[in-house]
Design a protein around this ligand. Structure first.
Ligand SMILES: CC(C)(COP(=O)(O)OP(=O)(O)OC[C@H]1O[C@@H](n2cnc3c(N)ncnc32)[C@H](O)[C@@H]1OP(=O)(O)O)[C@@H](O)C(=O)NCCC(=O)NCCS
Length: 237
């Protein structure tokens, strides 16, 4: 594969190329199952339940997940072939941020600039004027090496999420990028914002995977529970 040219030049070239041929179709009742199946093909069957819950929830204002105010997902086509999915959500009480969600490309279409365009067209360009910061929650797991590299190339700054009582594995990172190109580093997360779902749901799963938590992945050995206010949201349904 050709890897010449400065990253910024290449990103611009990919932008121009894919802008003409990538089609972002909002997920709706008709294509919901197709979008879920595509996301499962990208992220694996272990995530089917969470994907189904979030994609379906995005269409049903009455069944919102406790940590999501609103969300939008897209099926992405290239020359009419489905190639990826992407989405974003906001957290209750924080319209100043939007968070990237379930962004991924089918393996056979990767390393051709599509992931970059999913982040650009499906996330950065979609931010409404009242959104100040683009955020991405992820982990330092090897599975996400490519994604973290992509986010950094696109100007996102990576920070560790605060070592929470449940985050014994200390794997969670938050990427941030201001919507204002002139902004200084005031947009950084700085572990000072608000609790996010990892504290309740994903981190215990990570702990379980690594054998760090108890049976439910909570109260992992070595975790410091002191000083953490009881701001927990109800567990993921
Ligand atoms: C992360 C992911 C979305 C990236 O998708 P992608 O389509 O491969 O992304 P891109 O093609 O834009 O960039 C990937 C790499 O290809 C390179 N590349 C992109 N276009 C290129 C081109 N035309 N020529 C040469 N190299 C190119 C990029 O520089 C980048 O290189 P790097 O790995 O050294 O950083 C994809 O790997 C994926 O779906 N992973 C599983 C799901 C996932 O991890 N989602 C994120 C959860 S946080």
């Amino acid at each position: 594969m050709k890897k010449d040219g400065a990253p910024a030049d290449r990103i611009q070239k990919d932008f121009d190329r894919h802008a003409r041929i990538l089609d972002f179709e909002p997920v709706n009742k008709e294509n919901l199952q197709q979008a879920i199946d595509l996301a499962v093909a990208i992220f694996g069957d272990g995530d089917r339940e969470a994907i189904t819950e979030e994609f379906s929830g995005s269409l049903d204002p009455d069944s919102k997940l406790p940590f999501i105010e609103s969300s939008q997902f897209f099926l992405v086509f290239k020359n009419e072939h489905p190639v990826g999915v992407t989405g974003y959500y906001s957290i209750p009480g924080h319209p100043e941020d939007i968070w990237l969600d379930w962004m991924g490309v089918l393996p056979q279409y990767r390393e051709n600039g599509i992931g970059t365009q999913l982040v650009q067209h499906g996330f950065i360009d979609k931010a409404k004027p009242d959104v100040k910061t683009l955020r991405i929650w992820t982990t330092i797991e090897e599975d996400y090496d490519k994604a973290r590299s992509l986010y950094k190339k696109m100007g996102f700054v990576e920070e560790p999420y605060k070592p929470d009582a449940t985050d014994a594995a200390k794997m969670v990172v938050v990427f941030s990028r201001s919507t204002d190109p002139q902004a200084d580093k005031g947009y950084l997360w700085k572990n000072s914002a608000y609790p996010i779902d990892c504290e309740e749901h994903v981190v215990p799963d990570l702990n379980k995977k690594l054998g760090l938590g108890g049976a439910d992945g909570q109260n992992a050995k070595g975790a410091d529970k002191a000083g953490h206010p009881s701001t927990r949201k109800p567990p993921h349904p």
